[in-house]
Design a protein around this ligand. Sequence first.
Ligand SMILES: [Zn+2]
Length: 177
Amino acid sequence: MKYGSIEYLYASPIARAMIDDPSFRRWVLSKSEFAEFAEARILNREISAHRANLTAEWWRFHFTEKCRCDGCSGKETDLFTIFENKSSLRFALHFEVKQPQDKFKSDGIQSRGYPLRAQCWARKPPAKVLPHHMASTGIFFSAQKRKEYEPHLAHFKAQITFEEIEQQFPHLAVWPR
Ligand SMILES: [Zn+2]
């Protein structure tokens, strides 16, 4: 199986649960820079409607070829979400999903790009991205890779392991174990 399709086995149930499972959504938000807005609603429908791409799932394939900044050039956010709090403040979370067999390239270009892209899109969203006021980053990864990923982890504010999800939300951890 290709890396991309293994990644999907992790990313897809996580994206699904962000919509379907309010306790999971709150838990993820509570680990992010936007912990104070853990009750925010998720804007998956608005993301889809704005993007008007009938084939892509709302959370996948978010990138732009238009901006050539270090955050955007040739880079993609694995799992892209936008939330709205009670004051109509909209914030995005750009998540990297690193399935356990995957690795970061040592040049650090991919991990460094995440916070740059998050801020770039909050300032001036690409045409297909729903406008939002603030943005941050996160990563879903295996605890077994913590040491290997250490040089990259600081670029991701919300750090969540698959093992934590398996323990706390076993019903949604449907990936191969
Ligand atoms: Zn950019």
